[in-house]
Write a protein that binds this ligand. Structure first.
Ligand SMILES: [Fe+2]
Length: 245
């Protein structure tokens, strides 16, 4: 069982916590669990037009039967349900989806910046173009473009699949090793350039708050979520904690 500051966040209560136009439900890794994803974005008494953003590792592009289920949600509700990609998603499939936010993007209305992609540490166990793709991380050119845009916009909130090196080093207690990756180093360069107030990521499969450099980092577990109010700068956890940022 994982926790936010010692408060249980598992199992996930599929309830209407704080939905509506001022909130966006930000959702962690899905790993092909489409039924659970559907419940999270379409929770009790909450219509599918309450917006959400998912942080990658849908396993989109792995199996056609799963793809069709995801595309069914996105096709009918792509203006409400968006996603970035992780290392366990097919980049080309993602780029073809109307719900994909892009390899990097900035949303002025939310003062939100996002970066897709990550490095797969289990690449040796995977099959290219079946369940692993060589362009899982942004290219140097894409990172440079993203860096310029980030410098210009100086966002209040950041989302990414993985997290900056200085933050992931703090997670090492959960794992036996830590490696620097291009994506972590790139995200670190963004953090060194400018600290947003809130940074939400997935990939690590646990719920964790970390405060560093004036920013609150929120790691979301698989199927974990928070509801962010962009206008009033707070979010609500699945255990109904209200957190200002
Ligand atoms: Fe991942």
């Amino acid at each position: 069982m994982t926790s936010y500051h010692g408060i249980s966040s598992s199992p996930i209560p599929f309830k209407n916590i704080a939905r509506g136009p001022d909130f966006t439900r930000v959702v962690g890794d899905i790993h092909g669990k489409i039924g659970s994803y559907y419940q999270i974005v379409n929770s009790t008494n909450t219509p599918l037009d309450s917006p959400s953003i998912q942080l990658g590792d849908f396993c989109y592009g792995f199996e056609e039967s799963l793809n069709e289920k995801m595309e069914h949600v996105w096709k009918n509700h792509s203006s409400h349900h968006k996603f970035i990609r992780g290392n366990h998603d097919n980049p080309e499939k993602c780029k073809s989806s109307p719900a994909y936010l892009g390899d990097f993007f900035y949303d002025e209305s939310k003062k939100l910046f996002g970066v897709s992609g990550a490095y797969s540490t289990d690449v040796d166990t995977r099959s290219p173009f079946i369940n692993w793709w060589p362009n899982e991380e942004l290219t140097t050119t894409e990172m440079n473009k993203a860096y310029e845009l980030y410098d210009e916009k100086r966002p209040a909130v950041m989302i990414s699949h993985d997290a900056p090196t200085s933050i992931t080093k703090g997670y090492v207690g959960e794992y036996e090793y830590h490696i620097k990756t291009s994506t972590r180093e790139f995200l670190q360069a963004l953090l060194d350039l400018h600290s947003p107030r809130l940074w939400i990521h997935g990939h690590w499969h646990f719920n964790r708050f970390t405060e560093a450099k004036g920013c609150l980092f929120v790691s979301l577990e698989e199927l974990g979520f928070i509801d962010v109010n962009w206008r009033e700068d707070y979010f609500i956890t699945s255990k109904k904690q209200k957190i200002k940022y």
